[in-house]
Structure formats: structure tokens, C-alpha cells
Design a protein around this ligand. Structure first.
Ligand code: F6P
Length: 233
């Protein structure tokens, strides 16, 4: 029977700094994982054929670099787009979004005053406008992301629902293929894994897909057999 293998890319420089998104390179530890990966896959596969799918991001391409199999890059496998929050840490997003919400509240409360000042002093008006525009960039509803993580869409970015939609062609192709290894990203692999295990949508954003772990799914008549292998690097 054919198998589908999943792994997240090796640890990236952004993972090390707890930043989300971006297109960073692998960390030294991530490179070590990339180095170990061919042996792990070979152990499972023997001389069976395999095709490796990556995203178009550097961290997945670098992770797949030493794998001696045909490779294909999919734009549709790129990580969930965090929009204006791309490149930030979760803490930075919290602080900025709280500040943005507070600022908007303060601005509306004091609108009349600010308008007066704007007329008196255009410099203050312009500065206020700049701060306002900056603050308005950040999603004031981020604090509630956990209330409906599946539908939460980053400003200028995507939600898990959007990702499921854009993964449709990937999943259709995956259904037709033989052995495939996907070197992917956390949110993306959660959606694909959730699809094959038939998990409810609301659970997808919380599935545990740790770094440096190969997951092997073997589809059966109902559901899938699963094996996980953690690589110590
Ligand atoms: O932190 C790594 C990462 O892949 C980010 O790039 C991405 O935004 C995040 O995980 C997705 O996980 P969550 O939806 O739990 O924030």
C-alpha cells in the first residue's frame, strides 16, 4: 500500500526567534535535521519510489535538499499568510493589537479635540494621522483568535478556512499519487493531516505537528494507519 509522509521543515531562524511566517533559512539544528532525513525515509521505504513535495519557501526547500528523489514545489503549500503580522512574535502581536485598540478608542473619544488641534496645528494633525494609520494596520480582534481559530483571518492574510480552500488541488493530486513526502509548514500540514484523518474543522488549528518528526500515513478503507518518528537533533 502507498504511504503519505509528512514533515515540517527543519527548525528555521524564525522558529528560533519565535517569529511567525517569513521566509527564513534553516538554523544549524534545522540543517542537521535535513541531513538526517534521507536515512529516516530510506528506512521506511527501502527501494520504493517516492516524490517529494515542498512549498516555495526556503526552509522547506533546504530541508528537502539532500533527499535523493524527484521534487516538486507547490505555491499552494506555502505557510498560512499572517498578513500584517508576518515576521512578528505572538507577544509582539498581542502588545501591538492591544495598543492599537487602546489608541483607536482614545482617538474616537477625543476626536473633537484632535480635529480642533489639527486645524490649529497641521503638524499634530499629520502626526496623529500617521499613528492612526499605523495602529489601524493591526487586527484589534487578534485577542479573540482562539474563539474561532479556524475562521480567524489575519489582516491582509489568511485563515485556516482560506488555507483549506487553497489546498484543494494539492489534496486532489495527493489522492491520485503513490508514495509522497510533503515537506511543509505547521498550519498546512494540520489541514492536510486533518483531511486524511477526517477530523472536524474546528480541531484542525490545534493538531500537534511537532518539528523534526516524520509522520507516515497509510490510507485504509476507513481512515489511516499512522506512525510517527521523532528525529533527535
Ligand atoms: O510558528 C511557525 C508557524 O508555522 C507560523 O509561520 C504560522 O503562522 C504558525 O506556525 C501557525 O500556527 P498557529 O496557527 O497555531 O499560529
Amino acid at each position: 500500500p502507498r504511504s503519505i509522509f509528512f514533515t515540517r521543515h527543519g527548525e528555521s531562524m524564525f522558529n528560533l526567534m519565535s517569529k511567525i511566517g517569513g521566509d527564513s533559512e534553516l538554523s544549524p539544528r534545522g540543517r542537521q535535521y535535513a541531513h538526517e532525513l534521507p536515512k529516516v525515509i530510506q528506512n521506511y521505504l527501502g527501494d520504493q519510489k517516492l516524490t517529494v513535495w515542498t512549498s516555495t519557501m526556503r526552509r522547506t526547500i533546504q530541508t528537502a535538499e539532500s533527499l535523493p528523489y524527484p521534487k516538486l514545489q507547490w505555491k499552494a503549500l506555502d505557510e498560512l499568510d499572517a498578513g500584517v503580522c508576518d515576521g512578528m512574535t505572538y507577544e509582539e502581536i498581542e502588545v501591538l493589537t492591544t495598543a492599537a485598540a487602546a489608541f483607536l478608542f482614545w482617538y474616537i473619544e477625543n476626536n473633537y479635540c484632535s480635529l480642533l488641534r489639527t486645524i490649529i496645528c497641521p503638524f499634530i494633525g499629520l502626526s496623529l494621522y500617521a499613528v492612526f494609520a499605523y495602529a489601524a494596520e493591526y487586527p484589534e480582534d487578534y485577542a479573540n483568535r482562539d474563539d474561532d481559530k479556524f475562521n480567524y483571518r489575519y489582516r491582509g492574510g489568511e485563515s485556516y478556512r482560506d488555507v483549506v480552500f487553497r489546498l484543494e488541488p494539492v489534496i486532489m493530486e495527493l489522492e491520485r499519487q503513490q508514495n509522497i513526502l510533503i515537506v511543509g509548514h505547521q498550519a498546512i500540514l494540520r489541514c492536510i493531516y486533518g483531511y486524511f484523518l477526517n477530523l472536524p474543522q474546528d480541531d484542525l488549528p490545534y493538531i500537534k505537528i511537532p518539528l523534526h518528526t516524520v509522520i507516515k500515513l497509510t490510507p485504509k478503507a476507513y481512515g489511516c494507519d499512522e506512525v510517527r518518528y521523532k528525529v533527535d537533533v
